[in-house]
Design a protein around this ligand. Structure first.
Ligand SMILES: [Zn+2]
Length: 370
């Protein structure tokens, strides 16, 4: 890994000096020297050329430099999976066979789809990982009979238009706890500076909390998306979400709340929902988020005063009251109904029969397509 990146940096300097981003030109000029000077196997030379040309092309104003422990690309010629328990990798000392620990979920993906490109990475604690890319085709899109509106918030991380609420409690508590802990560490580091640097043990502790926190935050998002996609698939519904490219612009969350919410946690949930939904063939529709929390779903009256408290929505015009998050989720659903044609593509009939509860859905389906 170190030798590979050393070679990359050497090559990058030359590419930069000549302003050359063409892989074939670089190959013609430096292929021989890369093999002899760095003693790289020929496949690795190929990866090195591609890596440098690709990185340099992205930004031509700087000469790319790579860390000795940066991720190292492996293509199919440099790695081979012997079954799913071992992987053999090309190294400077020939092929090295390593035990491959792989979870049941990924094992299944691995069985079905051929691995494409991989990256070999080493974590700070010395553990090695092979990041493998497989390309999984999207599920056959199922034309939705309706939409499941999903509202995302702080108190309830997600509320659906059918009334299910997913709590954000655990996440908030964890976030607050580790923020507190991190602040303490940072203060301690401030008190005891060493050569203008934070002491190593504090640096490590900070890094550890960050990793642990990321894990804690990811987990509930995975749980929620799983249930959301399952609820949508089970009913033959699509999923409607607010279009979060607007999220920064809107004033739905008051200041202290805004500070506690990191946009990325939502972005992550949305990403999880979108890609899992695509795999399951569930369409995702993004709607305009403006006033979803202020508009009355019964009469359409939209006013700031409608939202009484965080939890309660009561309409100033028609007097109907609901849970505020549920009201928003219902608004999101109706916006999706307006935006997206309910039946986009007629699926192969068989799919419906296989999907179960077919007769009901088929009737609904033909009724809405007329
Ligand atoms: Zn109303």
């Amino acid at each position: 890994m170190a030798r590979f990146h050393e070679a990359c940096n050497w090559l990058a300097e030359r590419a930069f000096a000549q302003q050359c981003t063409n892989k074939l030109t670089l190959q013609r000029l430096y292929d021989y020297e890369l093999r002899t000077r760095f003693a790289l196997p020929s496949q690795m030379v190929g990866r090195c050329l591609a890596r440098v040309a690709g990185t340099y092309r992205r930004d031509k104003t700087v000469c790319p430099t790579l860390r000795p422990d940066a991720a190292m690309p492996y293509d199919q010629r440099m790695m081979r999976c012997d079954g799913l328990d071992h992987v053999s990798l090309t190294t400077l000392q020939g092929r090295v066979v390593g035990a491959f620990l792989i979870g049941p979920y990924h094992r299944q993906r691995f069985d079905t789809y051929a691995p494409r490109q991989c990256h070999l990475v080493v974590r700070a604690d010395g553990q090695w990982f092979l990041l493998v890319v497989v390309q999984v085709p999207d599920g056959t899109p199922i034309p939705p009979t309706d939409f499941l509106g999903v509202d995302l918030g702080v108190v309830h991380r997600a509320t659906t238009s059918d009334g299910t609420m997913y709590s954000g409690e655990g996440i908030e508590a964890c976030r607050a706890r580790s923020l507190h802990y991190r602040r303490r560490l940072q203060r301690a580091a401030h008190v005891a500076p060493m050569d203008g640097k934070r002491p190593t043990n504090i640096r490590r502790a900070l890094k550890r909390t960050a990793q642990r926190e990321a894990g804690f935050r990811r987990e509930p998002n995975h749980c929620i998306r799983k249930q959301l996609v399952a609820a949508a698939t089970g009913n033959g519904h699509g999923i409607a979400l607010e279009d979060w490219t607007y999220i920064r612009a809107r004033t739905r969350f008051r200041k202290p709340q805004r500070a506690t919410m990191s946009g990325w946690a939502f972005a992550q949930l949305r990403f999880f929902v979108e890609y899992k939904a695509a795999l399951a063939g569930v369409p995702v529709v993004l709607v305009d988020p403006r006033n979803t929390s202020r508009e009355c779903r019964a009469c359409g009256h939209s006013a700031k005063a409608n939202r009484h408290t965080q939890a309660r929505f009561s309409c100033k015009q028609c007097g109907s009251t609901t849970n505020a998050d549920l009201n928003a989720a219902l608004n999101i659903r109706s916006r999706a109904r307006v935006n997206a044609p309910l039946v986009a593509v007629r699926p192969p009939q068989q799919r419906w029969l296989l999907a179960g509860a077919a007769s009901d859905k088929l009737r609904h389906f033909s009724a809405s397509s007329h």
